[in-house]
Design a protein around this ligand. Structure first.
Ligand code: SF4
Length: 192
């Protein structure tokens, strides 16, 4: 099989996996959009847990995202509070109920299936998918939303509590922050 046939095969596999994973999301109390919002809030850093960043991450409208967030708040999964950094903005946070929901996230079944693979091969697959995602984002004019540690503004060095620093926002970063995704992230290395 040549490279373009393999690439098309891989694209079909990704499409099928996505559909099957989403069909599992429709069976519980949360719909697919609500699962996506919960995942984003769990993975995003404190500069990014806003309705606007969520809308951008999902490639959705603010109105649609607002309906999703209202439903999640009514179900006790999240809170929406005025931001301490900017009182005009809203900060999203998971409640204990939301955190418990994510322990039963349907995407974990897919992750468990992938976990059986050889770690080196899995690393190559993840990097290949990351580059494909970056290419699609570049084509569509969106933001990367990559991990903080891979950002060109990320700087190592600081205190034990805040071992890293954001040079763009001039804010201290914890170890957990370094692994979170960020609306301002700009990849440190050229990808593709
Ligand atoms: S270093 Fe980059 S990813 Fe991390 S907080 Fe700053 S802008 Fe966001």
């Amino acid at each position: 099989m040549n490279a373009s046939s393999l690439a098309l095969d891989a694209a079909h596999l990704i499409d099928r996996l996505d559909r099957l994973a989403r069909s599992g999301e429709a069976t519980g109390d949360l719909n697919p959009a609500q699962w996506e919002a919960l995942r984003f809030i769990a993975r995003a850093n404190r500069f990014s847990r806003t309705p606007a960043a969520l809308a951008e991450y999902l490639g959705s409208t603010r109105g649609t995202v607002s309906q999703t967030l209202i439903a999640l708040e009514q179900k006790g999964q999240i809170t929406r509070q005025p931001s301490a950094r900017d009182r005009r903005s809203v900060m999203l946070a998971l409640t204990a109920v939301g955190e418990r929901s994510l322990k039963d996230d349907p995407i974990l079944a897919l992750a468990a299936d992938l976990a059986g693979a050889d770690p080196e091969k899995l690393c190559i697959v993840a990097e290949t998918l990351r580059r494909a995602l970056q290419a699609m984002i570049t084509r569509n004019g969106g933001r990367a939303f990559g991990a903080c540690y891979a950002c060109r503004h990320f700087s190592k060095g600081g205190s034990a509590r805040w071992p890293h620093h954001c040079l763009l926002l001039d804010e201290p970063l914890s170890e957990a922050d370094s692994r979170a995704i960020c609306v301002e992230q700009e990849p440190a290395l050229p990808t593709l």
